[in-house]
Design a protein around this ligand. Structure first.
Ligand code: FES
Length: 173
């Protein structure tokens, strides 16, 4: 089953307020080449592109839904599934690998109960292995949203999870 179809099924039970998507479309509707800014704006609003919002964009910008899904699947920056409030990234580049990144990744898998590119059911965490983050001197390196954590250890993984478990799920936007 394709991701788009799975997504469709998941959302049937979910209420999505389309007002933020309509606001983004209104802002760019008369601009030539508006598809990318609209998709980026909608993703900023929801954290991903809900299927029903993609259909709305197709209808209001007068483009085929297949064209929208083509763009969404081509560009890695777009997400068709809901993402966690906290995006945990662990670098598996060479310097971090040599300094034990595999153990850090496995500890996150174990503690969060999810794997690479997965999201916890409560939408608190998404976990991703990533290539060099450009701070090899701090290897092994992890990030949670924009916060950087260097010289990672198994104990630090536990501290990070304990810390972020206490934080509110809403961003307060
Ligand atoms: S290899 Fe991990 S930050 Fe460069």
């Amino acid at each position: 089953m394709s991701e788009a179809v799975e997504q469709r099924e998941e959302e049937q039970t979910e209420e999505i307020d389309l007002e933020p998507a309509n606001r983004v479309i209104d802002k760019f509707i008369d601009m030539p080449g508006n598809l990318m800014p609209v998709l980026q704006g909608v993703q900023d609003e929801y954290g991903y592109i809900p299927r029903i919002a993609a259909d709305l964009i197709a209808e209001r910008l007068n483009v085929y839904p297949s064209q929208i899904y083509g763009v969404l699947t081509f560009y890695a920056q777009f997400h068709l599934k809901p993402r966690g409030r906290f995006i945990i990234r662990v670098c598996v580049g060479t310097a971090c690998h040599v300094q034990g990144a595999t153990r850090i990744v496995e500890t996150f898998y174990d503690k969060l109960g999810i794997g690479h590119a997965e999201t916890t059911p409560d939408l608190r965490y998404t976990f991703e292995k990533v290539a060099c983050l450009g701070a090899c001197g701090m290897a092994p390196l992890a990030m949670v949203n924009d916060a950087t954590y260097g010289s990672m250890t198994v104990q630090k993984v536990e501290e990070i999870i304990n810390d972020y478990n206490q934080r509110p799920l809403k961003s307060g936007k």
